[in-house]
Design a protein around this ligand. Sequence first.
Ligand SMILES: [Zn+2]
Length: 491
Amino acid sequence: MRIAVGGFMHETNTFVDAPTTWDDFVRAGPWPTVTSGENILTVFRGINLAIAHFDAAVQAAGHEIVPLAWAAAQPGGRVADDAFERMATMFLDGLRRQAVDAVFLELHGAMVTRAHDDGEGAMLARVREAVGARVPILVSLDLHANVSPQMVEHADFISSYRTYPHTDWGAAGARCAQWLDRVMAWRRPARALRQSPFLVPVTAGCTYVEPAGGLYEQLRAIEAETGVHLSLNMGFPPADIFDVGPSVTAYGADQASVDQAADRLLAALQAAEPAFAAHNPLPVAEAVARALAIAATAARPVVLSDTQDNPGAGAPSSTTGVIAELLRQHADRAVVGILHDPAAAQAAHAAGIGGTLDRLGGGGTGPGQEPLPGPWRVSALSDGRFKGTSPMLRSAETTMGPTALLAQNGVEVLAATIRQQPIHREVFTHLGVDLGSRKIVALKSSAHFRAGYQEIAEEVIVCLAPGINLEDPAGFKFTKIRPKVRLRPAR
Ligand SMILES: [Zn+2]
């Protein structure tokens, strides 16, 4: 068979004003830049991405890959129409050039564009129109997808990640390959979508903790019993769209078993609502005090999650609340990252090691942007390039741009030029920072950091410092969400 493959991934925070432009897709970060044509067959090899694992599996089965295009950008504001149209053109041109037997697309599921509240639904509608009703479309989605009826209408198979941190991007692609023969045989598989009556805060959906971890075990148990393929999406709350929120998708041979399996998994999600509601991150002052108390006797660092400034949810990654609190409470051997502060990184490179900066941070908009006065001493510099070893994206070349480590009293801050989450420990170690010798490691990340840092942490404390990625979804001003959806889980 000839199978067209491509990808287009963006998690859109509609409460962020700045649009996500084509340049944001072109800029390389933790994953490859925009890739098209034959390069798709080589660039992704060995990377933990769905397209890589799908391609490897179907090629091993003797099928031919027809490469389209692939692009991903850091989460942020609505995707510019121009970027969406460029990708659509690359997909549709590739599909027009030759007939294919199936299509695989690596999508996120929470893309919102200027013109389309349901970015993936709009893209899938165009792909469906291009290939016709009889060519199956298989899709991998992020666990944070906000799945719409239109997406399920056009996608003949959806497999979403089952881990958060997402260590199984690749496995989602492999599952699409495993189910390919069945999807081809069914032509139009039976399918179901169930949307949750409540939103789940991002940190509560982490599968390292309950109830999320156990829900994915239930998913696998229902699949094993029924033979239906299930996905449980936790949704991405900061999106003012009709279809925001958690959902279940189900695909299989017959409608009755698909409906039944979807209903069982939705019931499990609803039964977990009080456990989701029990998640209770600490205000920053309390979190730092607790971290200092634990660190006083611990052999390993305490890890603080500055979730409300997580760039992985579209936040600017430039707030200073946690740093200020660490300084205020006289923290010793504390290190913070990644502060997105291109001006500080550039100034540090100009000043050289041992030089000083008279301010840090405060470059973004929104809450928590108070600059921190100096002196900040430049203690390490790099070009921000390294190979990361976190199981999330092992072997991907990471680029943070010019990067600097700046110190004041017992607090060090890693400032980088390209905005991204600290997924890999190499974010720090490539600059010579020995994390094991630090008492506190504070990370601008909600859960992805755990795949790289949990194993070295004495304890992880999620803290609430001022930032736009509100832990409590009820803080967002929704205008388009479905009626009667609870904005936070009820106890
Ligand atoms: Zn995600």
